[in-house]
Design a protein around this ligand. Structure first.
Ligand code: CO8
Length: 257
């Protein structure tokens, strides 16, 4: 199907979504949100897809919420329409999702990348929450997810000053998992996604669920949740295959992938 603001394709078992509003540095508007919902619903429902990569252009992953669309919003309209609330759907994607970030990931763009399960960045990536320069604050999770990802000191620095952080600082701070040369970004992200998609899909999805829940639960509750998921995986054929293959010294051929 065609999307107004995205390019969507599958590469092997990887669903690839490319933000495609080059004239606005991929600024995020209502159409992008609607399109992303549809693309994620389709990939979550597709058994042939085991992981998702979300990327932008070389110059910008996304330069934030669309300021031109947002400028005239008033409180009552924003409150009644739960403005930005729908973006949480991205964090609710059930399959592992990688953000491949080149160039600007600012405001909502940084927040969108943080909704993914891991971020792989090009050396050119720049992350920031510049909302304060516009007279507002992050509205799509920046104050919460950035703080959990890089700690209070760095999060306060970025959110209160509006400054940008380059890829090296983002990696040092724990926001991104890998930094690669610009021309290797997509290959690296697709390779990681293909690797994830080669494993048992229930195991990969439960691994995502367990790590994600660690940010919400107490340690005791999280450990109990993890153990229950771990035990439940012994009901899958893939556990028998994975462990059987290890013992037989052969490569596992997972069925539920
Ligand atoms: N919204 C709308 N249009 C944008 C945005 C944006 N966020 N960013 C860039 N554009 C447009 C520019 O207006 C310009 O369009 P035009 O050619 O028609 O004037 C075009 O993209 C190219 O941009 P520039 O000419 O500015 O490119 P530069 O290379 O000179 O500068 C920058 C690049 C530094 C990224 C600059 O564009 C910039 O500062 N952009 C705004 C960054 C920003 O403040 N982002 C935060 C927005 S607020 C936000 O995200 C709130 C979060 C709440 C969650 C929202 C989720 C949807």
């Amino acid at each position: 199907m065609g999307y107004e603001t995205l390019l969507v394709e599958t590469r092997g078992r990887v669903g690839l979504i490319t933000l495609n509003r080059p004239q606005a540095l991929n600024a995020l508007n209502a159409a992008v949100m609607r399109d992303l919902h549809e693309a994620l619903n389709a990939f979550d429902a597709d058994k042939g897809v085991g992981a998702i990569v979300l990327t932008g252009s070389e110059k910008a992953f996304a330069a934030g919420a669309d300021v031109k669309e947002m400028q005239a919003l008033d409180f009552v309209e924003g409150y009644l329409g739960d403005f930005l609330g729908g973006w949480e759907r991205v964090a609710d994607a059930r399959k592992p999702m990688i953000a491949a970030v080149s160039g600007y990931a600012l405001g909502g763009g940084c927040e969108l990348a943080m909704m993914c399960d891991l971020i792989i960045a090009s050396e050119t990536a720049k992350f920031g929450q510049p909302e304060i320069t516009l007279g507002v604050i992050p509205g799509m999770g920046g104050s919460q997810r950035l703080t959990r990802a890089i700690g209070k000191a760095k999060a306060m620095d970025l959110i209160l000053t509006g400054r940008m952080m380059d890829a090296a600082e983002a990696e040092r701070s724990g926001l991104v998992s890998r930094v690669v040369a610009p021309d290797r970004l997509l290959e690296e992200a697709l390779g990681a996604a293909e690797k994830i998609a080669s494993f048992s899909l229930p195991a990969a999805m439960m691994a995502k669920e367990a790590v994600s829940r660690s940010l919400e639960l107490t340690l005791a509750e999280g450990l109990r949740f993890e153990r229950r998921l771990f035990q439940s995986l012994f009901a899958t054929e893939d556990q028998k295959e994975g462990m059987g293959a290890f013992v037989a010294k052969r490569k596992a051929e997972f069925k539920n992938k």
